[in-house]
Structure formats: structure tokens, C-alpha cells
Design a protein around this ligand. Sequence first.
Ligand code: AMP
Length: 288
Amino acid sequence: MQICRDKGAMRDWRSPGGRVALVPTMGALHDGHLSLVAHARRWLDTQGGGRVVTSIFVNPTQFGPNEDLATYPRDEENDIALLEQAGCDAVFLPTVADIYRPGAQTVVEVTDLSRMLMGRLRPGHFRGVATVVTKLFNIVRPDAAAFGEKDYQQLAVIRQMVADLDMPVEILPVPTVREADGLAMSSRNRRLSPGERAAAPVLNRALDQAQRMVAEGAGLSATRAALRRIIGAEPLADIRSIDIRDAATLSRIAMIQAPVVILLAVRFGDVLLIDQRVAHPKGAPDVR
Ligand code: AMP
């Protein structure tokens, strides 16, 4: 596996041509990230082959001033070993100085989608994401890029950006990979105390129940109340937001008639966890 530590090395690796699929990450890799690598590989196989590159970059511009940039987990040696085992062809590990030149003035902002939901809790977050993903696309020039459905709004922002700006990159959505007890894998899970870790699967249990209720015809307020009741019964869970939105557009809905996405943001101690589930009311067509 080729290790590229700056833009120049990355461009050199890219230059022979052929198809390339990119997996953008912030490192501290787990099986969720490796599932993105596997999806990228499968997509390349359907296209006659190519190379997979994973980027590892803890992007400062997507963290707010009081967020966990300084304490975000970093584990480069282990990440490289995991990617090697997963059959990734290259890893891009740029420094902050290499990605952000002093004096840069340009940002990419997907306006409406970035201001709602997590964008309200984390102002500027999706502008940081859209800007760095654009830069990664310009450096790597991938034919496809894989993103997890776990970060549902991020996936929606990237899809909107690619469509709006005619970026020639196919976006590959990847289902959420979970621990055996249902907790969505996340680099942040390792910062949970043992008690918080034991409490956190309540998110998946609440989503399971809400998904069943929607399938059986429950309305918005009953579904929201059930989510609040189940998560609220867990003393270590501090609910930051519970949203039920149109699964395709993320817009607000007055009633559940088409597939919805249930989006949770819940703190355990000082760790903010997110999780999501698409739920289909009886008889509704699929979102995709
Ligand atoms: P991160 O390193 O947290 O920025 O995540 C990098 C990519 O991996 C994003 O596209 C995430 O949505 C995706 N991802 C993170 N956790 C999971 C998971 N448990 N299952 C699938 N994809 C994930």
C-alpha cells in the first residue's frame, strides 16, 4: 500500500490514470470505515477494476471552537495496518498546513441543507465538510467516493454539492456497521466511559422501535414520544435532538406518508453520538 503524506505524492500516485475510488475519513478506523473500503472495491470491480485510496485527515474547519478537535482520537500506525489488511491501494495522510494554505479565501457551502438539523447544533460544520471534500476531490480526482449513511445529513450535503457543481464523482452510500449490541461504530465510541458505553445501545433500540411503529402506521407525535420515552429512560443519555424528516430531502413533514429518516443526536458524558434510521410507512415507495 502506497503512503502519500502530501498533495504532491498523492498526485504522483494518481497520475498513471485508471479508475480510482476515494474513501474520505478522519482516521481512528473501525469496521465501518473498512466497509466503505470494501464498497469502493466492489464498485471498481463492476467498472472493470481500479484502485482504492483512503484519506485520513482530521479536518479542523469542520470543528467548532468548543468541539473535540484536540481530543479527536488519532491512531495512524493502527490505521495503516488495518487499511493494508483490507486491501486498500493507497492512504493519503496530509498535514493541515499542506491542505490549508495561509491566505485561502474560498469555501464551499451547500446552503439550506447545511443550516438545518446538525448544522444548527454545529454552525459551520458542513461548510468545513463540503470544502475539504471538494479539495480532496480536486487532489485525488476520484471517479467515485464512498460515504456512510450513519452521517445521513453529510451524505445528503455531499450529494447536493456534487449535483449542484457538476462534480464528475459517483457517490456510493454505505449502510451503517454496528457493534454486536447495536451501537453504531464510531471513532468517538472509544471516548465513552464503561458506563456510557453500556448505555449507548439505547439509540439503536429506540430506532428499532420507532421503525416498527412507522411500519405499523404510527404518526409523527406518537413516534417522537416513543423515542423520547425510550432514550429518556436511560439516565446517562442527554438528548440534544430528535428529528423525523422526509428521507429524500430532509425537509420538515406534517405527517408520515413517505419514507422518513429518524435522526438522533444524544450526548453521553461529553461525547456527542449520532445515529439514524430510514423508516417506511406501509405502502410507501423506496427512497432511492
Ligand atoms: P469519519 O472518520 O467519522 O469522518 O467517517 C468517515 C466515513 O466513514 C464517513 O463517510 C462516515 O459516514 C463513515 N462511517 C463512520 N462510521 C460508520 C459506520 N459505523 N458504518 C458505516 N460507515 C461509517
